[in-house]
Design a protein around this ligand. Structure first.
Ligand code: ADP
Ligand code: MG
Length: 529
């Protein structure tokens, strides 16, 4: 008897789904392309919006790449990797998320064509790697250096073009730049110091507040609703007696004991309020609860108190008013207090909000964004977030490039030349990478209802004549000098988008085996049902 008969060997659980080789690759590429396809119509000033309705009926109307992809709840593993590209872009700058995803999709689409010609995926990955290095080099060479106020304004306006913020972009650009400059010290800018709060109202009434707006009201209506020259205390303890962590039980056997106990409690609460008064505070923000009796004492003392303030808001208040956050009311001293020229409650769409304004040299500020409806205000807020990220990126790095497809076309041109210096099959991959760059001007043209072939031909010839910032005028379809027209973007958007897009393309290309464990498998099946 021979033992040579081949027995199948099972190394994976029975219900594991597995695809290998070409199938795995094609499948992943298709998924990645589908993600890019989902956002491509939103690119640029003439891009369309998407309406996404979640399972509980919440509606989001947006033009913002990363928001769309987050809301879509994408399940496919390779598609998720592409969504990560958008998230990385969002975290690094804020703007350019659609660009990054479209580039990733196009790189993979071009790679697929090379796979069809039997070029090995690792060769393509290697070529893409080389092309990216060269592209980053070119970007550094062509980027413009130096920051002027006018440049910052153009950067902010370009970021908002085509978003809900369009109508008031001049004014918004002004307050965005002012906000960034207020929280900036040197090259360091922490955008967390700029709070963007939205409100329903006339969008031309959007404003920058030298301080904070928080979504809270005073804890008791007998407290003053406005305090001028406010001395502000920030407490991250509670102004209550009970200690919920210990949760002690008190056994009281006769009535005198009870009143003694209550007296003691009242005394402590009185002491708390006295301590606050002694420190000289006139406004108190408390991260936790405030006892009813303490509220009463505070109100009698004419103090405006707010409870259950979010920790993040407390931190911003600290940076805006220069108050220290104190962990125990016993330790509160005058030196811990901050200042605001005005603290007042204002009613905004039937909701009380607290304005902490007129702070001196605030290190944190609030941009109050108004829009006609909640959806509009929310979309303007997203456009402003992109613009804030762009202005900050340019101040940090001092480099900018021409938009409207100019920088991508210039890269394509340079990469085509670079490809000729290479030998072997990598040359084809670099060429494919170069062609892939043209997806940005092509999509801008398509989304504007222009003829992409005409536009790209004109654009290529302009770049051949060394007009490095030649881009597409999406309104006339002609070629324009993007820089002169003020369509300018931070270099960082492009370096980041290229890096993440190339990385994900290389990664997806190198996968030839997809093993789906059973839990994920079941979930996918449920999704299909
Ligand atoms: P992203 O999420 O990638 O930022 P956008 O929808 O904001 O996507 O579109 C950005 C693209 O639109 C960039 O390529 C930018 O250069 C281009 N763009 C912005 N303003 C203009 C303009 N006025 N004319 C032509 N292109 C523009
Ligand atoms: Mg943008």
């Amino acid at each position: 008897m021979s033992n040579n008969q081949v027995q199948p060997i099972f190394i994976l659980p029975e219900d594991t789904k597995r695809t290998t080789g070409k199938d795995a690759q094609r499948n992943n590429i298709a998924a990645a392309k589908a993600v890019a396809q989902a956002v491509r119509t939103t690119l640029g000033p003439k891009g369309m919006d998407k309406m996404i309705v979640d399972s509980v009926g919440n509606v989001v109307v947006t033009n913002d790449g990363v928001t769309i992809l987050k809301e879509m709840q994408i399940e496919h593993p390779a598609a998720k990797m592409v969504v990560e590209v958008a998230k990385t872009q969002e975290d690094a700058i804020g703007d350019g998320t659609t660009t990054a995803v479209i580039l990733a999709g196009e790189l993979l689409k071009r790679a697929e064509e090379l796979l069809d010609q039997n070029i090995h995926p690792t060769v393509i990955a290697k070529g893409y790697h080389l092309a990216e290095i060269e592209a980053q080099k070119v970007l550094q060479e062509i980027a413009s250096r130096g920051i002027t106020d006018n440049l910052l304004k153009n950067i902010a306006i370009t970021a908002m073009t085509g978003k809900g913020a369009e109508v008031n972009k001049e004014k918004l650009a002004g307050i965005i730049i002012q906000a960034v400059k207020t929280v900036q010290h040197g090259q360091h800018i922490d955008l967390a110091d700029i709070k963007v709060e939205r409100q329903i109202g006339n969008s031309s009434a959007s404003e920058l507040i030298a301080g904070m707006v928080i979504d809270k009201e005073r804890v008791h209506p007998t407290m003053p609703s406005a305090v001028t020259s406010a001395r502000i205390a920030l407490l991250d303890c509670s102004l209550e007696i009970k200690n919920t962590e210990i949760d002690a039980k008190i056994q009281i056997t006769d009535p005198t004991q009870l009143s003694l106990f209550l007296d003691q409690e009242e005394k402590t609460l009185r002491l708390m309020v006295e301590k606050i008064l002694q420190a000289g505070a006139t406004v108190v923000f408390c991260q936790r609860g405030i006892d009813d009796l303490a509220q009463h004492f505070l109100s009698k003392a004419g103090i405006l108190a707010v409870r259950r303030v979010k920790k993040s808001d407390l931190e911003k208040l600290s940076r805006a008013t220069a108050a220290k956050i104190v962990s125990s009311w016993k330790e509160l001293s005058p030196a811990d207090l901050g200042f605001a020229g005005m603290v007042q409650e204002k009613k905004i769409d039937a909701q009380e909000m607290l304005f902490i304004e007129q702070c001196q040299n605030p290190k944190a500020v609030t941009l109050l964004v108004k829009g006609g409806t909640e959806h509009v205000a929310e979309e303007i807020k997203r456009a402003i977030a992109d613009a804030l990220g762009d202005v900050a990126a340019v101040i940090r790095e001092g480099t900018a490039v021409g938009g409207a497809g100019a920088v991508e076309m210039e890269l394509a041109q340079n990469l085509r030349k670079y490809a000729h210096t290479l030998v072997g099959r990598e040359q084809l991959a670099v060429q494919a990478f170069a062609e892939a760059m043209e997806i940005i001007p092509r999509t801008l043209a398509e989304n504007a209802g222009l003829d992409p072939i005409d536009c790209l031909t004109q654009l290529r010839s302009a770049h051949e004549q060394h007009q490095i910032w030649a881009g597409i005028d999406v309104f006339s379809g002609k070629t324009m000098d993007a820089w002169k027209e003020g369509v300018i973007e931070p270099l960082k958007i492009k370096t980041q988008a290229l890096r993440s897009a190339t990385e994900v393309a290389e990664m997806i290309l190198r996968i030839d085996d997809v093993i789906l464990g059973s839990p994920a498998d079941k979930k996918m099946l449920e999704m299909e049902l």
